[in-house]
Ligand binder design. Structure first.
Ligand code: NDP
Length: 322
């Protein structure tokens, strides 16, 4: 089978298309024939070595396909079933072995592409808006990079929860996108200082929560956008990692809360994984959550897909197709 591996960490040039034996599922695992693969920033972090791994590895943490073989002791999944998973390495391939604990069933109404485009970023938007800071009517949220992968879904969920959403984006085209999904105020943070704009929009009060996936370029000013006792949700580092923070900053900012959440910690049990994935898939089936698939690349062009994600020129989701 074909797979995308790295033998050494580095730039896109470290990515190689290789031929491997089709894997055999161990106990509690299934073998999935993959139909669509999600491209995510975490794949780039693995390629660069930000997350340590014993090399070589097959990249990729999100895919959808059909079960073609079932290992011993698998209880809830059968051959022929359409499934998706995330937060488990090995998705950039024609086949992958996946532990049963990571699998979710794909509802009949959804395609493989929809499942692979929504599971990781959708469940992230879901836990951020319903668990990390449970948004409700009357809350004001600042969402950075609102036209991005998570941002696009998070903006919709926040608006549906009744929150007032202030979104930052880099271009007019992206501003139109976030307006079309209901963002109430849009700031072009490449042209205007977003801290001053947020103060103006909120009449000096500040927002209840900031969802910050941009990291280094926005973190300090994001803290200054919060009301007293507001919550800073730093969930990514698209512009680079945030340097160490002195806790006194939180006190000076108004007894602020700071969290750095990860999807894996919000999908730890079968019940939680099922609840979050069903919420996301259910919204897609109902048509209340809109997905935007920006581009699909053949598996052999994984390096180009990752470069496109890093380029900042994409909106919504990028997929690989085996
Ligand atoms: P996006 O599709 O949102 O892409 C990143 C966006 O960040 C860009 O579109 C761009 O939007 C903005 N950006 C600002 N500065 C830069 C920069 N210097 N380089 C590149 N982009 C920049 O990505 P995702 O939604 O897939 O992921 C966003 C972040 O969230 C990543 O860091 C990812 O690792 C993290 N993440 C965290 C999860 C968690 O559970 N903690 C789960 C999923 C993702 P604009 O042009 O409008 O500025």
């Amino acid at each position: 089978m074909k797979a995308i591996q790295i033998a050494q960490t580095g730039g896109p040039e470290s990515i190689h298309l290789v031929d491997l034996d089709r894997p055999v599922p161990a106990p509690n695992q299934v073998l999935v024939q993959i139909h669509a693969i999600g491209v995510n920033f975490i794949d780039i972090y693995y390629r660069e070595g930000v997350y340590p791994a014993t090399l070589p590895i097959t990249l990729g943490q999100e895919a959808a396909g059909v079960i073609v073989e079932v290992g011993k002791n698998v209880e809830h999944f059968r051959v022929g079933e359409r499934v998706a998973w995330c937060t488990y390495l090995g998705a950039y391939a024609e086949y992958a072995v996946v532990p049963e604990s990571h699998l979710v069933s794909i509802p009949a109404k959804l395609t493989f592409e929809q499942a692979a485009a929504s599971l990781l970023q959708g469940m992230t938007a879901q836990y951020l808006s319903s668990s990390t800071f449970a948004l409700k009517a009357g809350d004001t949220a600042l969402i950075h990079a609102g036209a991005g992968g998570v941002g696009y879904l998070l903006t919709q969920m926040a608006v549906q929860a009744g929150a007032h959403v202030i979104s930052t984006v880099s271009t007019e085209e992206k501003a139109d996108i976030v307006r079309s999904i209901g963002a109430h105020d849009v700031i072009l943070y490449t042209k205007e200082d977003f801290e001053s704009a947020v103060k103006r929009i909120t009449g000096g009060r500040g927002v209840d929560v900031v969802y910050d996936s941009v990291g280094r370029e926005t973190f300090d000013r994001s803290l200054k956008c919060l009301r007293a006792r507001g919550m800073m949700v730093l969930f990514g580092a698209s512009s680079g990692a945030v340097p160490p923070v002195d806790p006194i900053q939180l006190s000076r900012g108004g007894s602020l809360f700071l969290t750095r959440p990860s999807l894996a910690h919000y999908t730890q049990s079968r019940e939680e994984l099922d609840a979050r994935s069903s919420d996301v898939f259910g919204r897609l089936e109902l048509g209340t959550l809109e997905l935007h698939i920006h581009q699909m690349f053949p598996l052999s062009e994984a390096a180009q897909a990752q470069e496109a994600l890093q380029s900042r020129a994409t909106t919504g989701k990028l997929l690989l197709v085996p």
